[in-house]
Design a protein around this ligand. Sequence first.
Ligand code: AGP
Length: 613
Amino acid sequence: MCGIYGHIKKNGEENSVLVCLEGLRQLEYRGYDSAGIAGIVAGNIVSYKAVGKVSHLDAIVQASPRELDIAIAHTRWATHGGVTTENAHPHFDQNLNVALVHNGIVENYLTLRTFLEKKGIQFSSDTDTEVITQLIAYYYQGDFVKSVRKALSYIEGSFAIACIHKDYPDTILAAVHARPLIIGICHKTGDVFLSSDTNAFMGRSLDIFYLHDDEIAAISRERTEVYNKKGRKLTKITERMALENQKISKEGFDHFLLKEIYEQPTTIRRTLTGRLDSNKELPIFEELTVTDDFLKGISQIKILACGSSYHAGYIAKHLFEAYAKILTHVEIASEARYTDFITTKETLVIAISQSGETADTIAAVQNAKRNGATTISICNVERSSLSRESDSTLLLHAGPEISVCSTKAFTSQLTLLSLFAIKLGYLKGLAKNKVKELLSELALLPSAIEKVLRLESQIQSNSEKYAGYSDFFFIGRKHMFATALESSLKLKEISYLNANGYPAGEMKHGHIALISKNFPTVAFCGNSETLDKLLSNLMEIKARGGPILAFAPLSAQEIETIADDTLYLPETPDWLAPIPYAVAGQLFAYHIAKIHGTDIDQPRNLAKSVTVE
Ligand code: AGP
């Protein structure tokens, strides 16, 4: 988490403070605990810091505006140390010579802090970042690059840093280890920009390059030089990138989350666009660089992901097994990164990540690659770190997802994975008429979602009825199990209520002990194959006085004799039902959160991309 931005003015006319503020707004999804900017004026380091969102920092800047030609900036998701102004970045050494911003974690910070404190160095924050700053100042003997290189040689963990020194008033030094940082030079003005994410360069036409592990860039008005660990100068190849300014607006919706929920018929169409052959009878993925011959020979798939992306992977497992007959394992990336990754030449690893920046997913893919696996990533963000690690990338084309709580990316992941499962099925011998049938069912998804969206007011009434409870179970079977998990995560994330999902068959193995009249169960009844079994589970809950809200197909009218409340959703084949049911779950969570008055688009303690372990 945490976002880094920086700017050096050459012939441009923009004030570095305002450039950085704009950059931070684009990076705020990476953390919004605090924000800060530092620059150099007349040989002294000056700074602004604010607890909370970038808008708070903006207000502080407006209260005492300054014109800067060089600045580094940061938006924080707290790891070490509370959410306070002292812990907000940039951090300084005790003599205010160096200012530094950091994304990552210094794992040996306590050892280094103790070492520096023994030398009499005074710390003013609880952060791991301050250790890097003080260490650079400690080793500084007139050569800024050397002191940074020396300090970084002691750092264990991950980092992207940008720092300035008051003796070098027109230079920013930047370095990375396992965290992204991109440098962009404006070909018209010569102004230099740096950012944790290329999307924060929106509206600019820049020649960009990525810093690679253990490289240090010395960026000044006159030149940008990059050195490797040993101090050898490197030649970097730049690519021209002109991202148009995208108007990011709520378009009349109260929240980005609701806007994104409503976008789903369109985003699903976009995910499918261009991915069928000219007769619309076979899926095609032109961007795939792995060959059909390789795909034909796959004997196992490993899916790696976190959070909602993991849920999408779990649902897709059933499809790979049903249609392509390929043994599929789904692993939480933070676990998979530390496993003995058993692969064969016939193993395909699929990493799923909306952002493509989730540290654990990237590390799990690196682990898979070290063990010889072929990797495909499924991402929503172009040029992400995960794409650069993978052999091939399939993009969702769902458009920027602003709300921290994932909705449209999740349903596009499911759509793309469904299409990919059909492709693998076809390569593995699935009959052509079955492929055709599945594709025609897939094509009906956008209209199924439109039908769910038309039920919003009914879903809202149920949210009002259930908003007073503080604990919830979400249950389902087979395709509906991970749908239930996903819906419970939505509710937890944005309403801060206790919501837990489990496979309905597990109920008698412990969960049922919690059932009471104060503990409702939300049942996802969209898997017709297992409906009878689920109904028995619901009877057992009812017998113990637990309130039940059911999301069910119209054909399952018998549910009314069991559930306290039923919301009928469009009839959808079992394998695709997770998508409309997930949309209903999103609306249910949204309306409960709205009643609770939470910060729906940027819920407390969360960040859109989890770039630390
Ligand atoms: C979803 O609502 C969450 N905010 C979160 O679980 C998310 O899905 C997870 O952090 C993974 O992110 P990624 O898809 O960008 O890798």
